[in-house]
Write a protein of this length. Structure first.
Length: 301
């Protein structure tokens, strides 16, 4: 046996093993510092918002993270800006204030479309601040105009154009938050004297059931629309902001946690939003936490 050759081969083998070991170490996922703390999640006051926040918390816990929910808030995004939350869940339009130039994103109509929501997300991330906008949900909780099928047929309403044509004969019932911008949008569309009356959000579904010569503003995710066979006026979403859900994360949320959160967001379809609302919005409905425990049922509907 050639001892010199044997030593050479042995040396090369050892070097190769060291090289492979180094490559393997380089490919090892980075540490998960988020597991060393409790990630605080801020969400809105609506039952569906709270249920979705519980879904995110459950997904993080399943991966070994610790998560807790803050008290429901009117503006969850402000909590993450103020350092009181690590994750904040709300509809994307409420994050416009985080963009350097919100008016440039929304354009002339000052309303946020679904496409512009993506621009908003990019603007937040391009700012390179301490807050990152994660994936936008396919689900849109934005408002639409709804009528009974009988009323739509009576007034020959099957589009925004025919709604405007029947404008003089119709009353629009809206929540307070949308009424002024809706008046402006209707005027811009050709309705000279829109009749818009305000009602409490909680009473809008009831107004729809008893409405005569009226269209009612509801969230596109409201289960009442499909469950009770009401008619959504095509194109009416253009009168309102798109309301895709967007999760903001601070620097304490590591990449693995973010990927897990994005996977949940991707499952949250429009039908999932309707099903979630059905579970939590009734007087005798499930609690947000109970609904979140049925997440696999919701996304399989």
């Amino acid at each position: 046996m050639n001892l010199r050759n044997s030593i050479t081969v042995g040396t090369l083998s050892a070097a190769l093993l060291l090289t492979l070991s180094a490559c393997t170490e380089d490919e090892t996922p980075t540490t998960e510092p988020s597991k060393e703390i409790t990630l605080r999640i801020a969400a809105g006051t609506q039952p569906a918002d709270q249920a979705l926040a519980h879904v995110y918390a459950n997904a993080l816990k399943a991966e070994g993270y610790k998560a807790s929910l803050n008290e429901p808030a009117a503006n969850p995004y402000q909590q993450i800006v103020d350092g009181k939350a690590d994750l904040a869940l709300d509809q994307a339009a409420k994050a416009l204030s985080l963009a350097a130039d919100p008016a440039a994103i929304t354009g002339e109509d000052q309303l946020l479309s679904a496409e512009e929501s993506q621009s908003l997300r990019s603007a937040i991330n391009d700012a390179e601040g301490k807050v990152t906008a994660l994936e936008l949900s396919p689900a849109d909780a934005g408002k639409i105009l709804v009528m009974s099928q009988a009323q739509a047929t009576l007034h020959k309403v099957d589009s925004v154009e025919t709604l405007i044509a029947a404008c003089a004969d119709l009353t629009i019932i809206s929540d307070e938050a949308s009424s002024e911008s809706l008046k402006t949008a209707l005027k811009d569309a050709g309705c000279e004297k829109p009749k818009v009356v305000e009602e409490q959000t909680a009473k809008l579904a009831g107004k729809l059931r008893t409405s005569v010569d009226s269209a009612v503003v509801l969230s596109a995710g409201n289960a009442v629309i499909s469950d009770e066979g009401f008619y959504t006026i095509p194109g009416s979403a253009s009168f309102f902001n798109a309301e895709n859900y967007m999760l903001l994360a601070d620097d304490d949320v590591d990449d693995k946690a973010r990927a897990q959160l994005d996977s949940i967001t991707g499952e949250f379809s429009q039908q999932s939003l309707v099903d979630l609302n059905r579970m939590v919005s009734q007087e005798d409905g499930l609690s947000p936490e109970q609904a979140a425990a049925r997440w696999e049922w919701i996304i399989e509907e």
